[in-house]
Write a protein that binds this ligand. Sequence first.
Ligand code: NAD
Ligand code: UDP
Length: 315
Amino acid sequence: MAVKPKAVVSGGAGFLGYHMSKRLLDEGYDVYVVDNYETGTRRNTRDLAEAGAEIIVHDVCEPLHIAGDIDYVLNLACPASPIDFDRLPLEIMRTCALGTNMLLELCRAHQATFLQASTSEVYGDPEVHPQREDYCGNVNIAGPRAVYDEGKRYAETLCHTYHRHYRADVRIARIFNTYGPRMRPDDGRVVSNFCMQALSAEPLTLYGGGEQTRSFCYCEDLIEGLYRLMLSDYSGPCNLGNPSEISVRELAELVLEFSNSSSELKVVPALHDDDPKRRRPDITVARKQLGWEPKIHLRDGLRHTMEWFRSLTNQ
Ligand code: NAD
Ligand code: UDP
């Protein structure tokens, strides 16, 4: 019998970590899920355990030893919602810095390939539009979002350094706003908030007016991109996201259309004064290196996502 490839997924109790772990199990991998439940859920790990994953409850900031061979280490552990930037600032910085370092060490011990879940936030409030990987970004180091932005930038630098210094095999995915089933209803992100507000007939909250833009990628598309990147030999940063850009206000109107909700739109103050005004990925690198581009239209993705949130409210 052929030996199954083995992958460690940190952050597997979270939204994207769940989907990535599930994809790897479906592809025939042995999967170790590593998570401390900072923002993840036991429901996700229970479902992954039932599908065959081994669950390791562990803070990635501590050294991690796993016996036997490991082929891939995927680092998705990190609180990622802007409300967590205020709630868990030091945990985020530690997880990005120490956690990434510990997992790179695990990777080095096993000569495994390392995939880092980086973010479009490394571009900060971008002055270049759309964002290409060679744009160095516009991050306010003293701003409230910097705990995450600078943490993720440091984590990328660690990956480059392990690559140069130890010849570590690294992949760096710069993930743009991704949404879909398994998001937490109270995670504070715009898609979760709007869906939950629409379902409970509360006003949809437009932070700072809603004219800012984002480009939303459905989780299934994103996971396909991450999987292709993991299997590729491309070690530079790679944007993964949907280039279709809309304003937050337009998103709110779309959610209202789908949910048949009686909710209204309500302008409230911005959460952070360094909230990026616009964001859209240039995915030329992903197209060329991975033959990847998103396929799922926002309308279809939102429909599935609304069903997920509706199922939670019916429980
Ligand atoms: P999430 O909060 O749902 O998942 C993060 C997971 O990491 C949680 O299960 C949490 O418990 C775990 N975790 C946090 N700190 C940990 C620690 N010290 N040790 C062990 N586990 C820890 O968030 P998500 O949206 O699934 O994001 C996953 C990754 O993708 C993050 O690294 C995030 O920065 C990145 N990302 C996500 C998006 C997006 O739109 N969802 C965009 C850009 C980047
Ligand atoms: N946002 C909003 N209302 C909400 C939640 C978020 O207007 O209830 C805005 C937020 O200010 C940001 C955008 O929606 O401009 C996307 O927010 P999210 O937290 O999903 O992710 P971000 O891209 O900021 O990391």
